[in-house]
Design a protein around this ligand. Structure first.
Ligand SMILES: Nc1nc2c(c(=O)[nH]1)N[C@H]1C(S)=C(S)[C@@H](COP(=O)(O)O)O[C@H]1N2
Ligand SMILES: [Mo]
Length: 274
């Protein structure tokens, strides 16, 4: 009588083999032997190291480029290409999403550059300038509030990574600008906005300014602006990140040249649309 041979057992796997097998199963990848694994790791290490070195040298090289508006030339070129892309996609008839008022909330007050707590809203006057700072007009808040009143509920997006749906009330910038068409050269491409003290300033392209959802805003969440949110008048548009929504406007200038912009001077994209 012969007993059948017991089926030959595979040799016990070592802990390391087991780890490799489990990992391979997890990755749904073909298993490789430990020796092959070692070679691959070594190769990956060399390739990875070369990539890191190239990255480091590349970064150093970018750093040696001459600077344009305080950042290396190549990074500024990246911003420029980005701007071209977004400008190409711009369509004056396309509206940013709007939301039910019930979904809106008061955002945190973010950024207080150029805001003055001692500003007297009754004494405040908006200075309107043409190219080269030629004075066109000074007007009080009542004059802005006399323009057709617009309400909209849109998203405020901050580059710091938060956003909030906000209910805004104000006048369309296009209605405001219509007051000055006869006093201005045709086709001016830019608008500059600044706080009364000039400490915070933004540059805007005319197309974005003339968009139906770009407002000179005097109320938020149904109440007059508080000082920290830019009383008595601020810019609002859902086409741009929060940095462009200048609070406490003192000066609006229609401009032939691309205006200076506070955050562009500190490395950010000038156009900064989304
Ligand atoms: N004058 C002025 N306006 C400003 C800023 C600022 O620092 N000063 N910060 C901007 C930024 S980064 C954002 S996100 C919005 C925030 O608006 P809120 O304070 O009403 O939330 O205001 C913008 N307008
Ligand atoms: Mo912001």
């Amino acid at each position: 009588m012969t007993t059948p041979e017991p089926p030959s057992r595979p040799p016990r796997e070592t802990d390391q083999e087991r780890a490799v097998r489990l990992q391979a199963e997890m990755l749904d990848a073909p298993m490789i032997s430990e020796a092959a694994f070692r070679t691959k790791s070594r190769r990956a290490f060399v390739v990875g190291g070369a990539a890191a070195l190239a990255g480091f040298l590349g970064w150093r090289w970018i750093g040696t480029q001459h600077e344009v508006e305080n950042i290396p030339f190549l990074l500024r070129e990246g911003h420029r290409l980005n701007e071209q892309l977004w400008r190409g996609l711009y369509n004056p008839d396309r509206l940013a999403p709007t939301f039910a008022v019930s979904r809106s909330r008061m955002p945190i007050a973010n950024g207080s550059l150029g805001l003055r707590s001692d500003l007297d809203p009754d004494a405040w006057m908006l200075r309107v300038e043409g190219p080269d700072g030629a004075l066109l007009d000074t007007l009080d808040l009542a004059a802005v509030q006399a323009l057709p009143r617009v309400e909209m509920t849109t998203e405020l997006k901050c580059i710091e990574g938060w956003s909030e749906i906000v209910h805004w009330t104000g006048a369309r910038f296009s209605d405001f600008a219509a007051r000055y068409v006869n006093q201005l050269p045709e086709g001016l491409p830019y608008v500059s906005l600044a706080t009364p003290d000039g400490d915070y300033y933004v540059g805007m392209d005319m197309a974005s300014m003339m968009h139906a959802q770009t407002l000179l805003c005097y109320a938020m969440q149904g109440a007059p602006l508080t000082m920290f949110h830019g009383a008595p008048l601020r810019l609002v548009t859902p086409l741009k990140y929060g940095v462009k929504l200048l609070k406490q406007i003192g000066i609006i200038r229609f401009s032939a040249e691309r205006p200076a912009d506070y955050w562009t001077e500190r490395g950010y994209d000038w156009y900064i649309g989304h």
